[in-house]
Design a protein around this ligand. Structure first.
Ligand SMILES: [Zn+2]
Length: 285
């Protein structure tokens, strides 16, 4: 598909460890299985904070999920969820499970996770990164540098203090690989894209599967309604910035093999549209 290949440019990504990764983004890589695994829910969240301009009286349940990408000897998470007591106390999610325990539903133990792609630094996506002892953590360099100081201090209140220190500690341990920009095929068949601008350098992921390219949007597209109505997310890095987010959603349509394969960050309807295998697990196919 020519539109999709327009983004497949050769790049050189510089890794945190100083090594250089030759990466050739493409969508002809090896196929993976992709699952969304729900580890918590939240009742009655204002839709207007998710879908800009929505009626302020509308409320929705939220799903908290991690993406699980299996294949080619890898078990990759998109985002790591949360587990620290302060978040449980503040948010009181329902049906919460440690993300590291929830992945048992797809046959995985915490030590089986080889890689975690962090879409952005918000607590509900980053906090669980240290639950997976063998995982390499991928995050945009611009995102890391914008939010985490040289001593692990938070540089912006969008990142929680404890998570900034945790991420810096993983970085010092050599477990963080910083991704140098847009359209980087960080793992064969798995490419990250920037431009959604939910945070400073939030990213989303395109994954080659047997059903075609799946896009895991994370909070660059909160709900299916954003895409269906062509409406930006409620929370953008620059308040009121519709342009970059809508451009990112338009681009997701080119990257994905079908619009139905674009998976939002918090929509409980994921488990309705993709009902198998069930019990909080949706195979995206
Ligand atoms: Zn989120």
């Amino acid at each position: 598909m020519t539109t999709r290949c327009a983004f497949a440019v050769a790049v050189v990504g510089v890794l945190a460890c100083g090594a250089t990764l030759q990466a050739q983004p493409s969508h002809s890589g090896p196929p993976y299985e992709v699952y969304m695994v729900r580890f918590a829910g939240f009742h009655s969240f204002p839709v207007s904070e998710l879908v800009r301009g929505a009626d302020t009286s509308r409320r929705t349940d939220l799903a908290f999920m991690v993406g699980v990408i299996k294949g080619n000897g890898r078990n990759v998470l998109l985002d790591a969820g949360f587990y620290r007591e302060q978040f449980l106390t503040a948010w009181k999610p329902f049906d919460w499970q440690r993300p590291s325990a929830a992945i048992a539903k797809v046959g995985l133990k915490p030590e089986d996770i080889t890689d975690i792609i962090i879409s952005h630094i918000h607590w509900d996506h980053l906090d669980g990164a240290d639950l997976f002892p063998k995982a390499r953590i991928w995050i945009q360099k611009a995102e890391y540098d914008h939010y985490v100081g040289s001593n692990g201090e938070p540089l912006d209140n969008a990142i929680d203090t404890v998570d900034a220190h945790m991420l810096a500690q993983l970085h010092r341990a050599g477990r963080v690989q910083l991704v140098d920009g847009d359209a980087r095929e960080v793992i064969p068949g798995i490419t990250v894209y920037t431009g959604g601008r939910h945070t400073y350098a939030s990213e989303y992921v395109g994954v080659q599967t047997a059903a075609g390219v799946v896009v895991l949007a994370s909070d660059n597209m909160y709900m299916f309604e954003n895409l269906a109505k062509h409406v930006p997310i409620g929370a953008t890095y620059v308040p009121g910035d519709s342009t970059s987010n809508l451009q990112a959603q338009d681009r997701m349509r080119h990257i994905a093999s079908s619009p139905r394969l674009i998976i939002p960050g918090h929509d409980p309807d994921v488990f309705v549209r993709f009902p198998t295998p069930g019990d909080g697990v949706a195979k995206i196919e």
